[in-house]
Ligand binder design. Sequence first.
Ligand code: DX5
Ligand code: ZN
Length: 227
Amino acid sequence: MSSSFLQSIEKGCAAVAPSVLSADFTRLADEIQAVEEAGADFHHLDVMDGHFVPNITFGPMVVEAISRVATRPLITHLMISDPAKYAGAFARAGSDVVSFHYEAVEEGHLEIVHAIREAGSAAGLAINPDTPLDSVKQLLGDIDLLLIMTVFPGFGGQKFIVEGLDKIREAAAVRDAEGHAFVIEVDGGIKADNAGAVREAGGECLVAGTAVYRSDDYVSAIRAIRG
Ligand code: DX5
Ligand code: ZN
């Protein structure tokens, strides 16, 4: 696992991970640099395959290109149907964390976690808004990051599903009670007006696509989400 990833989270305040999904792809290197200068802690990379979700974004080649210009850790969010086949490639492309969806496979989650680590990344597990935390309880001791979705994956710019706050609280409580170490990342619809509630519920890494990349002022946008 990348130690820089853990150190940034352990500062005690929420970390902000702009999602490049909403960046201007004609100027990707400039955008990456601009959010870093504005205070981004991580980059959130949304990978969609047109099968697990009804949208297609990019593959390991783009992750590798981003890794050459980024100085902050890369958290790759795989929204793909076959993470067992591709997770290693995204790790080797320079992701510090590779997260895959619990719902994508019926079995073999732990094997995917191990494959991600063997390929050199930390391992994250993502859950959709309608997946109860109970479904993943047996895996919580084995992951580095739990990605709680507060929109149904597939597109940026959707409305925050407020019921996600209860799941964040539940995840934080279970982690404390069981002595687990995973970081809680929250993704979807986060903006200045709901980021405080996400942080208070226990969100430690807050993803923001639209709220950062579609704002005129990256510095204030990131500051407002971090609190
Ligand atoms: C949704 C993606 C999110 C999304 C975040 O499928 O996983 O990362 O792009 O974008 P906003 O902040 O616009 O909801
Ligand atoms: Zn995402």
